[in-house]
Design a protein around this ligand. Structure first.
Ligand code: BMP
Length: 376
């Protein structure tokens, strides 16, 4: 870690006021409100386990990190599916969702992966991350996609459905509303279940009625994102407003794994990309603070974190997982390396009682932060 950058001793409440990104500003305030700088990496097997864990550990965390592609039974429905369920829990418990997708590709491809496709990550994940091996333009491409998404989400989708009789005995493979390549306008995908749900058989000539979905857009006073989907999840976490609709990116600048091939030059390129895109890049996934210029105020979030079992010496060496993962304690990562939020997966998930283990990690991580800023 280079020098004693002012961000290392500035309380989160102050850093909120200086933040360049609205979501970072919000996140710092959330951290202060919940006395938490803990991110839970919810790497469980099924969607059901994921939702249950998010609900149980929600009170202790400020970020829930997902890998949607390792969850079996992930429901892609944008209104009632797994993403929407997590979004409802995020509102209820006050945490942000970070999909650890590690995007890396040419700009056009990442735009599509981020905003469309099966998972529609941008709809439910406040934050995602990118490996910028493909070059800095990829960050610009994602920033542009996020800006367009935000513009669109601030309009309420008005859908009216009419049922009538088809004029033809076949569908044109459902592409009548698509662009010249047959792609749907993303706006149409938002409300277009009538089309997707018909299935192949429904397109055959035996159809006797047709459902027409028409949509118009008008400005909404407040953003209308998919709201909660089950009873009991309607509540909104007290003490803070809902997060802004801005989406944020973390740059994967360093990794926790043994023998990681990310060079100093690569990490420096991340720092430059972050400075160039302050309105979209919130900060880094890194192993140490990368704030060096006086005006840097990026947030740092760090995986590879574990505590020894309760009652054992905290400053000792923590074994890796035998598959390349290396661990440090919250105290080392926050107080010495200067990160802001620690990411904990198996340390919590594999405990006998994950919610109370999450609380143990929250307390330790927050104590390390207080000691770093001299408020202990
Ligand atoms: P665990 O605490 O169980 O080792 O999980 C760490 C999580 O953080 C995993 O989801 C992993 O993909 C992620 N991660 C990591 O471990 N190291 C990195 O450098 C970057 C990551 O995203």
């Amino acid at each position: 870690m280079s020098g004693r950058h002012p961000t290392l001793t500035t309380p989160f409440a102050e850093r909120a006021k200086q933040a360049d990104h609205p979501l970072t500003e919000y996140l710092y305030r959330l951290m202060v409100l919940k006395s938490s700088n803990l991110c839970l990496s919810a790497d469980v097997h099924t969607a059901r386990e994921l939702v249950t864990l998010a609900d149980k550990a929600g009170p202790s965390i400020v970020v829930l990190k997902t890998h949607y592609d390792l969850i079996s039974g992930w429901d892609y429905n944008p209104v009632t599916g797994t993403g929407a369920k997590l979004a409802a829990l995020a509102r209820k418990h006050g945490f942000l969702i970070f999909e650890d997708r590690k995007f890396v590709d040419i700009g056009k491809t990442v735009q599509m992966q981020y905003t469309a496709g099966t998972a529609r990550i941008i709809d439910w994940a406040h934050i995602t991350n990118a490996n910028i091996d493909a070059g800095k333009d990829m960050v610009r491409a994602m920033a542009e996609a996020a800006a367009k998404w935000k513009e669109r989400i601030n309009y309420e989708v008005k859908t009216s459905v009419t049922v009538g009789t088809p004029v033809s005995d076949h569908f044109d493979d459902g592409l009548e509303n698509g662009d010249e390549n047959g792609r749907l306008d993303p706006r149409e995908q938002l409300g277009g279940y009538g089309r997707d749900d018909r299935g192949a058989d429904a397109r055959k000539g035996s159809i006797v009625s047709i459902t027409t979905v028409t949509q118009s857009f008008e400005p909404a006073d407040s953003p209308r994102l998919p709201k909660s989907i089950s009873e009991g999840d309607e509540s909104v976490f007290p003490g803070i407003e809902e997060p802004p609709t801005d989406r944020g990116l973390l740059l994967l600048a360093q990794m926790s794994s043994k023998g990681c091939l990310m060079t100093k030059e690569y990490t420096q390129a991340c720092v430059e990309a972050a400075r160039e895109h302050k309105k979209f890049v919130m900060g880094y996934v890194a192993q140490e603070s990368l704030n060096t210029a006086p005006e840097d105020n990026f947030i740092h979030i760090t995986p590879g974190c574990k505590l020894p079992p309760e009652g054992e010496e905290e400053n000792g060496h923590i074994e890796g997982d035998g598959l390349g993962q290396q661990y440090n304690t919250p105290a080392k990562l926050i107080s010495i390396k200067g990160t802001d939020i620690v990411i904990v997966g198996r340390g919590i998930i594999c405990a006998d009682d994950p919610p109370s283990e999450a609380e143990r990690y929250r307390k330790k991580a927050w104590k390390a932060y207080l000691s770093r800023v001299g408020s202990e």
